[in-house]
Design a protein around this ligand. Structure first.
Ligand SMILES: *Cc1c(COP(=O)(O)O)cnc(C)c1O
Length: 401
C-alpha cells in the first residue's frame, strides 16, 4: 500500500473535512461492526489469498491496458491508452468491490447481502458475488428504475437475487436507499449491507477504494512495462467515484502524473441538467457522510441529469471532495454530446463499445490528446456498452463518422 493510502482517511473515516459517519442510532452499532471487521479481516493472510484467487480465476484479472492507436492518430497529439475494466467479469469495475465485500461477509459469518441499486449495475454485480458465494441477495430498486432497466432486473433474478420494488416517494434511487437500510436493520446479525461506490458512511469510502486499488496497481505496472515511463495524464469518469479512485490510487504518489476526474455535464450547466457535483456543488451532507453536494433552493439534493445513468448522483465520494480541495486531482466535465461522440468513435475506430459512463473518460482523452502533442494519456474504461446500445441507437442512431 502506498504512502497516500495510509494517510487518509483517519480512524473516524474523515478525509480532511469530508467523510465520517452521520448515522441514525439504530445503524451505528452495525457500521461499527463492519469497520472493526474490515480492519481486522482484510489484513489477514487468508482473506488476501482468497481475494487473489477470485480475481484471477473468476474475474479474469489482470485486465489489460490497451494502446488506442487509431483513436490517437485521429485525434492527433497525445497517445491514448485505456485500462480495460470492460473485460472484468460482468463487464465493469463494480465487481472488484462486490466480490471483496461478499468475501468480507463470508469471513464475518454472514449469509446474506443487502443493497440498493439505481440503474441496476450495482445490483447485478452484487447478485453475481452472492451467487458465487452461495449467499442470499436482496436488492431494493425504485419502481421507476425497474421499468427503465428491465434487462438488469432479469439478470438479477437469473442470478437468484430477490428484487424488492420500492413504490413510495419518487420511486427511485433515494427511496431505494431508505428502503434497503430499513430492511437491513432487523437482519444485521446475518446480513451485510454492501454499498456500490466510494460513498456512504465510513468505512465504505475507504473499503471500496481499497478494493478498487487493484486497478491502479495493475495499470501502473502495465503502463510502465509497455512504454518504459509513467503516463503524463490519468483520467476517469466520476459518479460516486469508485473507478476513478481505483485508478488514481495507483499514481497518487507519482507527483509527475496529473490526475483528472471527469464529471457529467449532461445537457447544460443549469442546475438539473447535469450531475457535475464537484464542478458546481457546495459542501454539505448526503446519505450519512460529509461531501460536496448539488443542492436545490431549499438546500436539499438537487435533481440531476446525464445520459449515463451510472453517473447520476447529486453527491460524490468524500475522498474526491478532499482531493479537489488539496488540488491533487483536477475535476473537469464532458457533456452528453461529447460522451456520445466518444461512444461512437471508440466503437468505430477501436472495436470497443464503451459504457456511456466510460465514454465520458474517452471524451476527455480525445479532447486533451489534441491539446497535448507528445504526451500520454491513460483513462479507465470502466465498463462495456452492451447495456447502452439499444438506448443509444434508438435515440441517436448509429453516428456519422
Ligand atoms: C457505476 C458505473 C460507473 C460510476 O461509478 P463510480 O463509482 O463513479 O465508478 C462508471 N462506469 C461504469 C461502467 C459503471 O457501471
Amino acid at each position: 500500500m502506498n504512502a497516500y493510502l495510509k494517510s487518509v482517511p483517519d480512524e473516524n473515516g474523515f478525509f480532511g473535512d469530508y467523510g465520517g459517519a452521520m448515522l441514525p442510532p439504530v445503524l451505528e452499532p452495525h457500521f461499527k461492526e463492519i469497520t472493526e471487521a474490515y480492519g481486522r479481516i482484510s489484513k489477514s493472510a487468508e482473506f488476501i489469498k482468497d481475494l487473489r484467487y477470485i480475481r484471477k480465476h473468476f474475474q479474469g484479472r489482470p485486465t489489460p491496458v490497451s494502446h488506442l492507436r487509431n483513436l490517437s492518430e485521429i485525434c492527433g497529439g497525445a497517445q491514448i491508452y485505456a485500462k480495460r475494466e470492460d473485460l472484468n467479469h460482468t463487464g465493469a469495475h463494480k465487481l472488484n468491490h462486490c466480490m471483496a465485500e461478499a468475501l468480507l461477509a463470508r469471513h464475518m459469518g454472514k449469509t446474506k447481502l443487502i443493497a440498493e441499486t439505481g440503474a441496476g449495475q450495482h445490483g447485478v454485480a452484487l447478485a453475481t458475488a452472492a451467487a458465487y458465494f452461495g449467499m442470499e441477495c436482496e436488492i431494493h430498486m425504485g419502481e421507476i428504475d425497474i421499468e427503465k432497466e428491465a434487462p438488469n432486473v432479469t439478470r438479477m433474478k437469473l442470478l437468484g437475487c430477490t428484487v424488492v420494488p420500492v413504490g413510495f416517494g419518487g420511486r427511485s434511487l433515494k427511496e431505494a436507499v431508505d428502503s434497503a437500510f430499513q430492511s437491513y436493520v432487523p437482519q444485521a446479525d446475518h446480513a451485510l449491507f454492501a454499498i456500490g461506490s466510494v460513498v456512504g458512511p465510513h468505512p465504505f469510502p475507504k473499503m471500496v477504494r481499497d478494493f478498487q486499488h487493484v486497478v491502479g496497481i495493475e495499470a501502473r505496472e502495465q503502463f510502465l512495462e509497455m512504454t518504459g515511463e509513467l503516463p503524463d495524464m490519468v483520467g476517469a469518469c466520476v459518479g460516486g467515484g469508485s473507478n476513478a479512485m481505483g485508478l488514481f490510487s495507483g499514481f497518487m504518489d507519482d507527483r509527475s502524473v496529473a490526475l483528472y476526474g471527469v464529471e457529467p455535464m449532461g445537457t447544460s450547466s443549469n442546475l438539473g441538467d447535469h450531475a457535475a457535483t464537484i464542478s458546481f456543488g457546495e459542501d454539505g451532507e448526503i446519505h450519512g457522510f460529509r461531501t460536496m453536494v448539488l443542492k436545490d433552493a431549499n438546500g436539499d439534493p438537487a435533481p440531476v441529469h446525464t445520459v449515463a445513468s451510472g453517473l447520476d448522483y447529486p453527491g460524490v465520494g468524500p475522498e474526491h471532495a478532499y482531493l479537489h480541495r488539496q488540488g491533487r486531482v483536477t475535476y473537469t466535465t464532458a457533456d452528453d454530446k461529447e460522451a456520445l461522440d466518444a461512444f461512437y468513435a471508440l466503437s468505430r475506430h477501436e472495436g470497443i463499445i464503451p459504457a456511456l459512463e466510460s465514454a465520458h473518460a474517452i471524451a476527455f482523452a480525445m479532447r486533451e490528446a489534441r491539446l497535448n502533442p507528445g504526451k500520454s494519456i491513460l483513462v479507465n474504461l470502466s465498463g462495456r456498452g452492451d447495456k447502452d446500445i439499444d438506448y443509444v441507437t434508438e435515440t441517436y442512431g448509429f453516428g456519422d463518422s
